[in-house]
Design a protein around this ligand. Structure first.
Ligand SMILES: [Mn+2]
Length: 361
């Protein structure tokens, strides 16, 4: 070999050596456990005798349901994998952009079959990388099984492609009484956080079907209104401060705002109240571009038990005053049944309007 080719061989060896070192450092860092990964609030040991008076009531049901153990799908106390998986890529590689939406419902079993890797209770984490986002999807719900089936048929494949570590929590308000969407979302947040170390929550109306998988259901730096462009409103914002439909906040932001108000029974106002809370807490509503934040709304008639709330305009005048005392810290509910379905965890809740509004209106 002449001198020149010797030099070349040396250089190639040097590059290989440096690459090996960098790879070793990358993988050994990804495998290190983090402190937050070790924190898991295992609530299954807490038993409260008076289940109707506070939110711990669900624990009784959950324990009964699972023979005193935590459900299999929630047993991964450490979200970071002990296998030392690398972090998932910043941009998930298999996103499609615009989606064809399914309009027909399938059974829970069929939906689970269509989404390999989905765990009972609607839990999923990517098998080959450590998710960047741990997201609780909270769906306030009553008597809309058909809509829920259509939504989950569309949602699961999208969230799986987005490589999220997520769970679906359907909060089902038992009759009788007026529907309270905002309070159900507060309950969903609390119940989800009891079960896993989620970083953020996406609150999701049951009748909104996402049309673009670049609409990532992740933890934003600021609260994000995800359903900006809905077909029913000709894919335009009906008004600039709108926050209804689908929205995402981090756990810390939601706690700082004391969650939603619990005082909006019936249709309307609770989302505008939240928009005002966001402003009072010093946050700003953000949105994806309109061509990404697109949804189809499933057409439906007005629900019985969810008539327009005539109190909503009066309540919206007192948002700032109520914020510290009306929300996560004033929740009162009980949980008669928790059901672990193949596609979601369904938490039935009982709330009492008189109890919540006593001395406040
Ligand atoms: Mn609707």
């Amino acid at each position: 070999m002449d001198r020149c080719s010797k030099f070349r061989v040396f250089n190639v060896l040097l590059v290989v050596c440096v690459a090996n070192f960098l790879l070793y450092r990358y993988f050994s860092q990804a495998g290190m456990p983090t402190l937050s990964g070790l924190i898991f609030k295992d609530a299954s040991l807490r038993v409260t005798p008076d289940s109707s008076a506070n939110s711990s009531g669900s624990i009784l049901t959950l324990s009964r349901l699972t023979n005193g153990t935590t459900p299999a799908s929630f047993s991964h106390s450490a979200h970071n994998s002990s296998l030392g998986l690398p972090l998932c890529p910043l941009v998930p590689p298999s996103l499609n952009g615009p989606l064809a939406t399914f309009k027909e419902a399938s059974s829970w079993e069929q939906i689970a079959k269509e989404n390999p890797g989905l765990q009972p209770g609607g839990r999923y984490k990517p098998p080959d990388c450590e998710a960047r986002h741990r997201v609780a999807i909270v769906i306030p719900y009553r008597n809309r099984e058909e809509h829920l089936k259509i939504l989950l048929k569309n949602l699961h494949p999208m969230l799986i492609r987005q490589q999220l570590d997520y769970g679906i929590f359907v909060i089902d308000q038992a009759l009788p009484g007026k529907f309270n969407r905002a309070m159900l979302m507060n309950i969903g947040f609390v119940e989800a956080m009891k079960r896993y170390d989620f970083q953020c929550a996406v609150f999701h109306d049951v009748d909104l079907i996402p049309e673009n998988d670049k609409n990532i259901y992740s933890c934003p730096e600021m609260p994000r209104h995800l359903s900006a462009a809905i077909d029913k409103f000709n894919y335009r914002l009906p008004y600039s401060g709108i926050y209804g439909g689908v929205s995402a906040v981090t756990k810390a932001q939601f706690e700082k705002m004391n969650g939603f108000s619990n005082m909006f029974f019936g249709w309307g106002g609770e989302d505008d109240d939240m928009a005002a809370r966001i402003a009072h807490a010093g946050f700003k509503i953000t949105r994806y571009p309109m061509e990404i934040a697109r949804y189809k709304m499933i057409k439906h008639n007005n629900d019985r038990g969810n008539e327009q709330n005539p109190q909503r305009f009066a309540l919206l005048k007192t948002t700032a005053k109520r914020m510290a005392t009306d929300g996560l810290n004033s929740l009162k509910y009980s949980v008669p049944v928790v059901e672990e379905l193949p596609t979601h965890l369904r938490i039935q809740v009982l709330i009492n309007e008189q109890d919540i509004l006593k001395g406040k209106m």
